[in-house]
Design a protein around this ligand. Sequence first.
Ligand SMILES: C[S@@+](CC[C@H](N)C(=O)[O-])C[C@H]1O[C@@H](n2cnc3c(N)ncnc32)[C@H](O)[C@@H]1O
Length: 266
Amino acid sequence: MIKYEFENVDADLVSPSDKIKTWLFDPPYNINFKYGKEVKDSMSEEDYVSFIENSVIKMYDNSLSDANLFLIIYSDTAARLLSTIEYTGWELKQWITWIYPSNMGTSKNHLTKAHRAVLWFTKGNPDAYIDSVKQPYRNPNDKRVKKLIESGKKGTNLYDWWEINLRKNVSKGYAGWYNQLPIELVRRIILLTTEKGDWVGDLMAGSGTLMEVGYPLSRNCYLNDIDKRSLSIWKTFEPVTLDRIYSALIDIRQFIPLLPVEEIKC
Ligand SMILES: C[S@@+](CC[C@H](N)C(=O)[O-])C[C@H]1O[C@@H](n2cnc3c(N)ncnc32)[C@H](O)[C@@H]1O
C-alpha cells in the first residue's frame, strides 16, 4: 500500500508549473463566510479585487501556452471582476450559468439566490472537447432525433446553463468542507477542456473535488489550499500514483511553489 505525504517542501524540485492545462478557481466570495482561521472573507472591495487579480495572474503564468481557467462565483461579483481578469491576459470564452434549487438565504426583500457564474477563460487557443459531454435529446421520439439515436448519437451539445444540485451532506463523497463543489460540475469542466494525461490545478482546492473527479479520469492534479485540514481529506483519495499528484499548503498571496509529493512506503 502506498501512503503519500503532501507537505514536502523543497522548492527546487521539479514542478509542473508550466504544465497546467485547466485551472479550477473557486475562491471565497468576500461575503464574510466563516472559513478556517487563516481565511478572512471580509476584505475591502479593493483588496478583494487585487486578491482575485493576483491569483489569476499566478495561474496565467503557471500554465501551458494554450490553457483554460474556470472561475466559479456569484454573477454580480463576476460582472464586477470581469474587466480586471481580462486585463491580465485571460480572455472570456464563455459565461456559463450554474443553476440549482435552493432554500438558503430566503428574504422578504430579495428573490432567493440560486445560481452562480462559471466563467470560462482561455489563454492562447486551447482545444475544446465539446463532444465529450452531451445532454440527452429533449424529444427522443421525434423522427429526426430517433434517427440520430439509431446512428449512435448519445445526445446534443450542452447549453451554456447547467442545472446541477448543490453538494449537500447526503451527496456522494461529501466531506463537510465549505462549499464543496458538485462532482458533475467539475466533471464537465475537466472533460470539456482536457484529455487523459493532462494536468489540472486548483489553488484553493478545499476538499479536493478536482482530484476526487480528475484522478479517476486519468488527469494529473495539482492542489493547494491555505487550510491544512484539507490535507486529511486529500489523503483519503486512493489509490494515488505519486508522479501524477503535486500539492502545497500555502497562502497563494505569498508565492506559488508547485511541489512534488513525497512517497512513503509502509
Ligand atoms: C469555496 S472553498 C473551495 C471548495 C472546493 N472547490 C471544494 O470543492 O471543496 C475556498 C477555499 O479557498 C481556500 N483559501 C482561501 N484563501 C486562500 C488563500 N489565500 N490561499 C490558498 N487558499 C485559500 C479556503 O481555505 C477554502 O478551502
